[in-house]
Design a protein around this ligand. Structure first.
Ligand SMILES: Cc1cc2nc3c(=O)[nH]c(=O)nc-3n(C[C@H](O)[C@H](O)[C@H](O)COP(=O)(O)O)c2cc1C
Length: 358
């Protein structure tokens, strides 16, 4: 694969589609039910337009930032997504190395196909996405392992009382191929189950519909890491998160894979930013495909964004080098957008730089 010919997320998507097993491709691409939210996520960024300033002096640009103690070379992080070995034999290790090379953080998923300790061994800057499982002992154990392995923030996902219904996965009877496992949770399933085709189904029972903010409070008390619940879209839930000890929230609808029919995250971000104020950080993901989307998100008050599917496409297209190229392209686009917009430093970006289309 000549990665130099891939110049945007759509190119990576097409290349990935050509290389991936159709079952894996469908798993990565799908949204829940009618996929309205999946589509809205991308569309919603387009509802904002820039208010450009001119002759500001944009010879020197600085897109660096820092989020909860993690330095980012530009405000894009790698979203937690499951099963990277479906895309590349090195799986999450390749993604982590690419994120580190690009000067950003990988949020590693609980549902990784490489154990969290092996991701940590790359030395890449890392946060850990946590599913709070029915088995709280297992949950606590995952937290302890993440702390011991040097992860610097915990990201409990709060939009998954149960796994969303995705038509293609049902049609395909999605299973992990032989040789791949839910590497972080072999203990609870037992190595045979964790490797078997039915692992996912066996595991679904671990998604706990009884979760409340009290569980986030419990989690925040388990360790000293900042806790950033992911999957908040309502301002009252953002307030509840902070009241439960969270250091911020990730505005997310799980890339349209959970409740179909909710708005794109760009549409709900401003109200969450208002609710959080100075009391925490707000991150956002969903449908971010261009540097312009990133800059709009930061202008609307996000500290940084996360990208999910684009990284999976890049991993499938070119492994670690593919993800490095994708993140490099996004960084170039962010810098270009700041320059065109008349904002030399990310810190100067604000609400005055965007407006909503009527
Ligand atoms: C294939 C796939 C797997 C995902 N797995 C997880 C996961 O294990 N944990 C989680 O919190 N979010 C998961 N997500 C959601 C992402 O973290 C993120 O919210 C979403 O992908 C952002 O939207 P985007 O794909 O449009 O960038 C997954 C998303 C995809 C596409």
């Amino acid at each position: 694969m000549d990665l130099d010919r891939l110049v945007n997320v759509d190119d990576f998507h097409a290349a990935a589609r050509a290389r991936l097993d159709p079952m894996a491709y469908d798993y990565y691409r799908s949204g829940a039910l009618g996929e309205r939210t999946l589509a809205e996520n991308e569309r919603a960024w387009g509802r904002y337009a820039f208010r450009r300033r001119t002759l500001v002096g944009v010879a020197d640009l600085d897109a660096r930032t820092s989020v909860l103690g993690s330095d980012l070379s530009f405000p894009v992080m790698v979203a937690p997504t499951a099963f990277h070995r479906l895309a590349d034999p090195e799986g999450e290790v390749a993604t982590a190395r690419a994120a580190a090379a690009a000067g950003t953080v990988m949020v590693a998923s609980t549902l990784a196909t490489v154990a969290l300790e092996d991701v940590a061994a790359t030395g890449a800057p890392r946060w850990f996405q946590l599913y709070v499982f029915t088995d709280r002992g297992l949950t606590r154990e995952l937290v302890e392992r993440a702390v011991a392995a040097g992860y610097t923030a915990l990201v409990p996902t709060v939009d998954t009382p149960t796994i969303g219904i995705r038509d293609a996965d049902q049609r395909n009877r999605f299973v992990l191929p032989p040789g791949m496992e839910l590497a972080n949770v072999t203990r609870v399933l037992g190595p045979d189950d964790a490797r078997s085709g039915s692992a996912l189904r066996a595991f679904s029972a671990q998604f706990d519909p009884s979760l409340t903010w009290r569980d986030i409070e419990w989690l925040a008390g388990l360790c000293d890491l900042p806790v950033v619940p992911k999957g908040v879209v309502h301002p009252d839930d953002a307030r509840a998160a902070l009241a439960s000890g969270a250091a911020g929230v990730v505005v997310s609808n799980h890339g349209g894979r959970q409740l179909d029919g909710e708005p794109g995250t760009a549409d709900v971000l401003p109200a969450v930013v208002d609710a959080v104020g100075d009391a925490g950080v707000v991150l956002v993901d969903g449908g971010i495909r261009r540097g312009t989307d990133v800059v709009k998100a930061v202008a609307l008050g996000a500290a940084a964004v996360l990208v999910g599917r684009p990284v999976l496409w890049a991993l499938a297209a070119g492994g670690q080098a593919g993800v490095e190229r994708l993140l490099g392209l996004l960084r170039d686009e962010v810098l270009d957008t700041l320059r065109q917009l008349g904002v030399p430093r990310l810190a100067d970006l604000g609400g005055a730089h965007v407006t909503r289309h009527p």
